[in-house]
Design a protein around this ligand. Structure first.
Ligand code: NAD
Length: 486
């Protein structure tokens, strides 16, 4: 039985510049995964609310948002970033209450990065150009860049504000209007973001938020709406397939950031102490609930025993528990359903012949909340489901390898292709291996080092298209070529 012990906030939709409930008054509970308490209610939107929001966004395309100068738009978007920073403590607290992640993580990464997304893309407006072509005296061709129109942004729960702003900032910078559908499990910071946009001077109707679920709810209504011109979606690969099928009816432009089963490839010549500290992060930060987390760890045989001994010892030291304790490294998983799913993979690993070297269970003394110890599994081969399927929790497998060819074959034996990290001090091998891994992002001797100008996205079933810098602008703008006979 869930109880409301600490009311944090109720979340309403934000449509045409006003906070509103659902037409039918429906709400659902928002649960804090660290305590299992209900911390508020969330308006449950559906086709009716999506339609209102899309209509408002469509009207706003031709309102003051269109007539603003570039400098005015830059100032508004910078102000959104500034206000996010001003409200950083509050947003970090809400993000941790919604997700169960450590509050130091929300405060040092999620929220500052959300502000930076706005600062970065507002600056980027100044650099945007389109091409001019004049080959001879017959014709002058030039292209103009214009907004795509009303864009739907559908978000997952793992990095709520960071990922929402990673879409919203470039969509607005390119002049679009948006309807956002935050993940049902993490509605709070998206609600505050709507308020921040209003306070920063974003005109009514330009930014709309409709809460609700995915299938047969707000999510699918957004995808199917005929006046939505594009959908930027981050979430599971299986959801991406469903959305692609339902977007076909109105032939929408799609940007996809999907799931991953990312490899870390560790050669014996790398600096093992550095490898282990980074691998702890790439495995267990945010409870392993980051699409870029490395969940398949391949270690060259000659370094395997030493790596494992040190990696297991350091993992055992990670404090699991209260997200608001500054010493906590691993908080709670997002929901009971996800906790059961991740635990199911740990059980499956044992059935598939794996050995759990550490973790695999609820930490002692934490009876409430969806807490799971960081888990290291060995003894599985490439055909095991635990090695093949995305788990999206604090669970990694470690597998030894003998040669570059052998490890590359295993690494690429997956439908996913999001990211990888390669560890070696051999310069030629680093380039050789990085260039052959089938992934959209390959780090060498590091992990999660990001420059927002660079292309971000996945190959194979990990995504379609790229986000970041000019790549985001390409998605969020249309080019019209104008040809003048001379
Ligand atoms: P999910 O696919 O279950 O849900 C994502 C969003 O889609 C939610 O807002 C949900 O309500 C909505 N949705 C679900 N079904 C829908 C439908 N039929 N129509 C429209 N909308 C629908 O994903 P999740 O569990 O929230 O997030 C975890 C997944 O996201 C993992 O697979 C992870 O790898 C992936 N992810 C990828 C990236 C990336 O950049 N590649 C980043 C973060 C998370």
């Amino acid at each position: 039985m869930r109880t409301i012990t600490t009311k944090v906030m109720d979340c309403l939709h934000f449509i045409d510049g006003a906070f509103v409930p659902s037409a039918n008054g429906r709400t659902f509970d928002n649960v804090n995964p660290a305590t299992e308490d209900v911390i508020g209610t969330v308006a449950e939107g559906g086709a009716a609310e999506i339609d209102l929001a899309v209509k408002a966004a469509k009207r706003a395309l031709n309102g003051p948002w269109k007539t603003m100068t570039a400098n005015e738009r830059i100032a508004v978007l910078r102000k959104v970033g500034d206000l996010i920073l001003e409200r950083k403590e509050e947003l970090a607290r809400l993000e941790s209450l919604d997700t169960g992640k450590p509050s130091w993580l929300s405060g040092t990464i999620d929220i500052p990065r959300a502000a930076y997304n706005f600062h970065f893309f507002s600056d980027y407006i100044r650099t945007m150009t389109a091409e001019t072509t004049q080959m001879d005296d017959v014709a002058l061709n030039y292209a103009i860049r214009r907004p795509v129109g009303v864009v739907g942004l559908i978000n997952p729960w793992n990095l709520p504000l960071l990922l929402l702003t990673w879409k919203l900032a470039p969509a607005l910078a390119a002049g679009n209007t948006v309807v956002m559908k935050p993940a049902e499990l993490t509605p709070m910071t998206a609600t505050v973001l709507a308020e921040i946009c209003r306070d920063a001077g974003v005109p009514d109707g330009v930014v709309n938020v409709v809460h609700g679920f995915g299938p047969n709810s707000a999510g699918s209504a957004l995808v199917e709406h005929p006046d939505v011109n594009a959908i930027s979606f981050t979430g599971e690969t299986t959801t991406g397939k469903i959305i692609m099928a339902s977007a076909a009816g109105t032939l929408k432009r799609l940007s996809y950031e999907l799931g991953g089963k990312n490899p870390n490839v560790i050669f014996a010549d790398s600096n093992l102490d550095e490898v282990i500290e980074t691998t702890l992060k790439s495995s267990f930060i945010n409870q392993g609930e980051v699409c870029l987390c490395g969940s398949r760890i391949y270690v060259e045989s000659s370094a395997y025993d030493e790596f494992l001994a040190k990696f297991v010892a350091r993992t055992k030291e990670l404090k699991v528990g209260d997200p608001f304790d500054a010493k906590t490294k691993v908080g709670a998983l997002i929901s009971e359903e996800h906790y059961e799913r991740v635990s199911g993979y740990i059980k499956l690993a044992q059935e598939e012949g794996g050995t759990i070297l550490t973790g695999g269970k609820r930490p002692e003394g934490l009876e409430r909340g969806y807490y799971l110890e960081p888990t290291i599994i060995v003894g599985l081969n490439r055909n095991c489901r635990v090695v093949k399927e995305e788990i999206f929790g604090p669970v990694v497998t470690v597998i030894p390898f003998d040669s570059e060819e052998e490890v590359l074959e295993q690494v690429n034996d997956t439908h996913y292709g999001l990211s990888a990290s390669v560890w070696t001090n051999d310069l030629r091998r680093a380039h050789r291996v990085a260039g052959r891994i089938e992934a959209g992002i390959v780090w060498v001797n590091t992990w999660f080092l990001r420059d927002l100008r660079t292309p971000f996205g996945g190959m194979k079933q990990s995504g379609i298209g790229r986000e970041g810098g000019v790549h985001s602008f390409e998605f969020y703008s249309e080019l019209t070529n104008i040809c003048i006979k001379l």
